[in-house]
Design a protein around this ligand. Sequence first.
Ligand code: AMP
Ligand code: MN
Ligand code: MN
Ligand code: MN
Length: 288
Amino acid sequence: MIDLHSHTWLSDGDLAPEALCARALALGIRQLAITDHDTIGAHHQLKYFSNINLQLITGVEISTNWDGREVHVVGLLLDIDNTGLKTLLRHQQCLRKIRAENIADQMQRAGINGLHDYLEQLPCESVGRSHIASFLVDAGYVGSKQLAFSKYLGKGGKFQATIPWCDLQHATSIVRQAGGLSVLAHPDRYDFNRAKLKRLMAIFAEAGGDAVEVSYSNLHPEKMSALAQQTLQAGLWASVGSDFHTPSNSWMDLGRIRQLPAGCAERAIWYHPRWNIALPANAAAVYK
Ligand code: AMP
Ligand code: MN
Ligand code: MN
Ligand code: MN
């Protein structure tokens, strides 16, 4: 099996990079892209990882701004020593820290103390709202991370701080400079209608974007078919990825992805002319 979207605790995943690899091996994943939010730290840590049954693919998930909205771009097959890439990611990590401090101040004013110290002891390089949600759960302010988002950290929540992410076009250009392929992540999670998604895909393609995530966890088959059609119409390739964060979300486990729909399979990203690694024979098999 192949999985081209996953997280470690270098961003908001629960597992260390080595533990993620162990889980991938146990689940029969043959090719795995680690795509942490705005960090490639896991790939630096795994530089000497070697296992005949698991091929690691370098990657990152970059938060970007498009039309005043947050859109995620997954970069795959990147040179992790590329200077432009490292500079962009360092900047975005810095913005994330500033946002976390801003939220810590807002919380302090509301009588919630301890966020700063909680964040300091985490292993992450990219601090995110998911960590803040965990803090609120651990400290007993809310019963679940889901509730932490709806009550405090999500749209309309009590604690808000926006980040001026890089432009979508900047992300695709940096990924290209680092030798990688750009993938538009989880398109149905932006709440865009069909026309807006069509516009986004057209602009993404124009900006040098390569592919769209067509199959991912929890995506209804009908929606997947519609996405496949739009992806082909935009002249883009199709990617697949679970967006794995934690073993406790079984519906988003590694490799838990549907096969690409008919008509789209031959446009799988691993057939892209710049996909420069060989796939093991059974890599594109899917979770049943
Ligand atoms: P950030 O990039 O720091 O703004 O955080 C976004 C991340 O938070 C996403 O990648 C998800 O992992 C997580 N997230 C977003 N919304 C929710 C939610 N409603 N419940 C749980 N996790 C969420
Ligand atoms: Mn996340
Ligand atoms: Mn995302
Ligand atoms: Mn993700």
